[in-house]
Ligand binder design. Structure first.
Ligand code: ATP
Ligand code: MG
Length: 248
């Protein structure tokens, strides 16, 4: 297969993570290849958010190795980790927009961390507008988050995770709480922006519509390990009862 000849963008090897006696991730391994959209599917509480947070070291793994864009993240100094995070967009399960800031200010926020004052003076306005245009929400630039619908907030959060033109985008439940039509729109938008930025994406979801639209490959996280790894189509036809229950 083509992907096997490419070097992974993300490698997770023998990851273990417990909270007290709750052993969430058990010797979990996976590779994510350049340009693919990989979906992680698993029940509520199975450890999907913990996994994605370990990938950018928001949660520290107990054991195992995580390499992102060639850097072993557990060994990085804070400034190296900050540099790496600039290349990895993260869409949180809750949108995590700042309620007291306008849409524009929300989008400028990552620039304040990762760009110099001069870079911002020259490019912030154009970068904010381009990211908002990507998600079809340029007209909301001066609105407050509470004036937006749930789907619009998701799109603004997506624009904010795109503003630094990340090489990798991590999505935690991008369509949760949305109606099926908006969910489809967001999923199609994810595919479009991924193509435009030539990014690699890891998407956590149990929305079958979203998975069908976005995924090149699906990993099933069951009992803390990678239980299955295949295309959506192949998994949806599986006769394994633990896989089947996700598709009925
Ligand atoms: N900071 C934490 N401290 C203690 N336990 C935690 C912490 N974060 C997650 N857990 C536990 O780890 C397990 C996995 O949680 P996680 O949030 O990864 O689930 P999930 O698969 O993302 O579920 P959902 O689909 O509901 O979002 C749960 O049992 C949760 O209680
Ligand atoms: Mg979660």
């Amino acid at each position: 297969m083509e992907r096997l000849s490419k070097k992974p963008i993300i490698e997770v090897r023998h990851l273990n993570k417990s909270f007290g006696d709750n052993h969430v991730l058990k010797d979990f391994s996976m590779s994510v290849y350049p340009g693919e959209n990989l979906v992680i599917l698993g029940k509520s509480g199975s450890g999907k958010s913990v996994l994605i947070k370990c990938i950018i070291n928001l949660i520290q793994a107990d054991e195992g190795e995580i390499v992102v864009l060639g850097s072993p993240i557990q060994g990085l100094e804070q400034d190296e980790l900050d540099d790496l995070r600039a290349k990895v967009g993260f869409l949180f399960q809750s949108n995590a927009l700042y309620d007291s800031m306008t849409v524009r200010e929300n989008l400028e926020f990552p620039l304040r961390i990762h760009w110099t004052k001069e870079e911002r003076a020259l490019g912030a306005e154009a970068a904010v507008k381009e990211a908002l245009e990507d998600v079809g929400l340029l007209h909301t630039i001066d609105r407050m988050p509470q004036e937006l619908s749930g789907g619009m907030k998701k799109r603004v959060a997506l624009a904010r995770s795109l503003i630094l033109k990340p090489k990798v985008i991590l999505y935690d439940e991008p369509t949760t709480g949305l109606d099926p039509i908006t969910s489809r729109e967001i999923s199609q938008l994810m595919v479009r922006v991924q193509k435009k930025y030539n990014a690699t994406a890891v998407i956590i979801s149990h929305d079958l519509n979203c998975i069908e639209i976005t995924s090149d490959r699906v990993i099933m996280l069951i009992d803390g390990t990678c239980y299955a790894d295949d295309t959506f189509e192949a998994l949806s036809k599986s006769t394994d009862h633990r896989i089947k229950e996700f598709f009925t």
